[in-house]
Design a protein around this ligand. Structure first.
Ligand code: GLN
Length: 205
């Protein structure tokens, strides 16, 4: 049983990698889900946050930027132990293996992710379907989305599209191939905020 005044009272500080992509929409979604968003632009800022969202955008552009100033190495250390949620390009960055074409990654999500897997005709779409989250069907916005082609041990699939996972969880890691920040439904961000809170309780600052 939950005792009063535990998880609910911890205001977690959750970073949003603000190099590129729709980081402002993620920050607003986090606020609505009861967390304090912090825009992260420098590696040293990672030490002040309890969790991180890596937004959508272009994963190759992220990598180019991160390769400067040791940012990639700091981020690699961060994602190993701290809750991190990657959406779309962020999901690509978290995977252990990236294809189409292969590129380097942070390697913490036990999955093979194929970039731009849906081709030009249907590269962007809005779909509504059932997920493992309580509360009924969820709207999912896909923009030049990757496909999680394969998942390995420890990965829980929370939602699928055409038989492939689109929302997954693995311990302190969450990833989505769609853009939850572009819908008004806050259940996905709420799940990540809850994950950060639980993690914070188990590993106090
Ligand atoms: N196509 C992008 C990539 O490969 C991801 C698209 C997105 O984040 N909306 O990095």
């Amino acid at each position: 049983m939950k005792s009063p005044g535990t998880e609910q009272n911890v205001l977690s500080r959750i970073g949003v990698l603000a190099i590129q992509g729709d980081y402002d929409a993620h920050a607003e979604a986090l606020r609505e889900a009861g967390a304090e968003p912090v825009l992260i632009r420098k590696p040293e800022e990672l030490s002040s946050i309890d969790g991180l969202i890596i937004p959508g955008g272009e994963s190759t552009t992220f990598l180019k930027f991160l390769e400067r100033d040791g940012f990639l190495a700091s981020l690699r250390d961060f994602v190993r132990t701290k809750p991190t949620f990657g959406t779309c390009a962020g999901c690509i960055l978290l995977a252990t293996e990236v294809t189409h074409p292969p590129q380097q990654s942070l390697g913490v999500l036990n999955a093979t992710v194929e970039r731009n897997a849906y081709g030009r005709q249907i590269d962007s779409a809005i779909q509504t379907s059932e997920t493992q989250l309580p509360g009924g069907p969820l709207e999912m916005v896909y923009i030049r989305a990757p496909r999680i082609a394969k998942t390995g041990a420890g990965v829980t699939v929370l939602a699928q599209r055409d038989g492939f996972p689109v929302l997954v969880e693995q311990g302190h890691i969450m990833a989505a191939t769609f853009h939850p920040e572009l819908s008004s439904d806050r259940r996905v961000h709420q799940r990540f905020v809850d994950l950060v809170r639980t993690h914070l309780k188990q590993h106090p600052r």
